[in-house]
Design a binder for this molecule. Structure first.
Ligand SMILES: [Mg+2]
Length: 214
């Protein structure tokens, strides 16, 4: 399997977008919008992912979701009258198998899909908050729906968000979801930046093996 190709494509898209935008920005402002840092990070992630064994990753995800599901079942059953329950998910290496072989649509991360399906079949709205750039919003939305997720909302990074702290960006999206009247009963991701910042009753941290998986 060729791992990380999808991530590299995203990085190339992001850089191309930044370059195209830079053409429309005054020369003096271009230094502040240089996209080199994201390329280096993505390349490092793709290379490091070679070391992560797929079977181990799946087993580790399964172990965590086996703990999460009974707790979520209890919380879903305990919904207060009129409560709009939501779960927030990261996408890459959380809901989709992003770094384990390129295909489009990317397969679902099965242990997470099983939890998501229980939730969506019991009235819980699923929101997806990703660091992916807005330019691939359409293909991402299609991918999630094709593999079985019911998408109530997809939040991707706008151009200005690309230059903000990822954790702060993701927290701001959860605040937005709450402002629409939802109670976020769980936030599920594989990076610390998916989960810090509060605005969720519980968090579930899937493995990233010290940052090797994006
Ligand atoms: Mg991720």
């Amino acid at each position: 399997m060729t791992r990380g190709t999808w991530k590299r494509r995203i990085a190339m898209t992001a850089v191309a977008t930044a370059a195209a935008t830079a053409l429309a920005v005054p020369v003096g402002a271009q230094a502040a919008t240089a996209g080199g840092a994201s390329t280096a990070t993505a390349t490092a992630s793709a290379a490091a992912a070679e070391a992560v064994d797929y079977a181990t990753w799946q087993q580790d995800c399964r172990t965590l979701m086996d703990q999460a599901l009974p707790a979520l079942k209890q919380r879903i059953a305990a919904a207060k009258p009129g409560e709009k329950q939501a779960i927030v998910f990261d996408i890459d290496n959380t809901t989709l198998e992003s770094d384990f072989g390129f295909s489009y649509p990317a397969p679902a991360n099965k242990p997470v899909l099983e939890v998501a399906k229980y939730a969506q079949e019991h009235g819980v709205s699923l929101f997806f908050v990703t660091a992916r750039p807005g330019i691939i919003s359409g293909v991402t939305d299609y991918n999630l729906k094709t593999v079985g997720y019911k998408v109530s909302g997809l939040y991707v990074r706008g151009f200005l968000d690309l230059f903000k702290d990822v954790a702060a960006y993701k927290t701001a999206q959860r605040v937005t979801i709450e402002s629409k009247g939802y109670t976020i009963i769980a936030n599920i991701g594989n990076s610390a930046t998916d989960l810090s910042g509060g605005h969720a009753e519980t968090t579930y941290k899937l493995p990233d093996y010290n940052g090797q998986l994006s």
